[in-house]
Design a protein around this ligand. Structure first.
Ligand code: PMV
Length: 325
């Protein structure tokens, strides 16, 4: 698969490759794979990228072994970070059996449920393209990033991005593309509840949900409805409609995993408190909604003109502007 995507590309390796990719938050979630090796999803998904919150990556050839740096600190070869990158980079050794030095710097909190792995793999693929001079189009780079982490395929673009599930068994029609719509007042607030390592990886939670959750049967239909609603909300710049569909979609995803056997529950008591704050703020007339990924933290959706009001409800939140990068 990777070989066919890179067929005909040159493999120069001069100097270093450098790139930036934004993290992204799904408004309509990717939950469940039709192929676990190629990270092919069961359904489409839709995200918004986080502007300046993401990953800077520099990559160069290294002498004997791979070297990995995260936020300036060298990572031990046996660490989870190094192991994940090594497995991914094994696809890109080329005939030169290249070894790499990778410097990753996150402007979004690392491993805290704010999608640093999505921006990390997207930035890495862009940096590899620059190092080797492949000169691939962005759809191809999106498919390559998808192999590292499914949601990474959406981090190749800023703004709203749709990932098409495709139908081909080899994933050749499975990549993301920009929606081509802007919403300059839309903001994302990151509310951290707990930054401990996840008890169950999203990969394991997805496969358990697909295999054992009776609620998963209705997920493709849920996505179809939510996707239509979200795209219409974006086209009509209807904030309440956007927030309602995004929040419902996240809760429905969590419902599917709570119904898995054994259950997967990422929420902490603090997650529920923050959800209740969002609902309370709404009953008091403050237009704010949330979404949540495979973790306990919340991402708030609101518009710029309401930011100071929302900051009073959530004083600790970090604000991302998807349209400034
Ligand atoms: O890309 P992964 O394997 O980390 O899975 C991401 C899954 C969710 O964040 C829960 C949903 C999504 O679409 O990003």
């Amino acid at each position: 698969m990777i070989q066919s995507l890179l067929a005909g590309c040159r493999w120069g390796a001069a100097g270093e490759g450098e790139a930036y990719a934004p993290a992204n938050i799904a408004l309509c979630k990717y939950w469940g794979k039709r192929d676990a090796v190629l990270n092919l999803p069961v359904t489409d998904s839709l995200s918004v990228s986080l502007g300046r919150l993401g990953t800077h990556c520099r990559i160069a050839l290294s002498g004997r072994d791979d070297l990995y740096f995260l936020n300036g600190c060298e990572q031990a070869a046996g660490s989870a970070f190094a192991s994940r990158l090594r497995v991914f980079l094994d696809h890109f050794r080329g005939s030169g059996r290249y070894r790499y030095r990778v410097d990753t710097t996150n402007t979004v909190a690392t491993g805290a449920g704010f999608a640093s792995s999505a921006s990390g793999f997207a930035a890495l693929v862009l940096a590899l393209d620059a190092l080797h001079g492949w000169d691939c189009d962005k759809s191809t780079l999106s498919s390559l990033a998808r192999i590292g982490s499914g949601s990474a395929c959406r981090s190749l673009w800023h703004g709203f991005v749709r990932w098409r599930a495709g139908v081909a068994a080899d994933g050749s029609d499975c990549h993301a593309c920009p929606l081509g719509r802007e919403w300059s007042s839309l903001r994302i607030g990151l509310v951290s509840v707990c930054t401990d390592a996840k008890p169950v990886s999203s990969r394991a939670a997805m496969s358990r949900t697909v295999a054992t959750s009776s609620l998963y049967r209705s997920w493709p239909q849920q996505v179809e409805n939510d996707m239509t609603g979200l795209v219409a909300a974006i086209e009509g710049q209807d904030f309440d409609m956007l927030g309602m569909y995004a929040e419902q979609n996240a809760l429905a995803m969590h419902a599917t995993m709570i119904a898995a056997k054994p259950p997967v529950l990422y929420w902490k008591p603090g997650s529920i408190e923050e959800m209740e704050q969002v609902w309370k703020a709404r009953t008091e007339g403050v237009p704010v909604y949330f979404t949540m990924d495979a973790g306990p933290n919340l991402k708030l959706l609101f518009e710029e003109q309401n930011q100071s009001k929302i900051q009073q409800w959530f004083p600790e939140m970090q604000v991302a502007n998807p349209w400034r990068f």
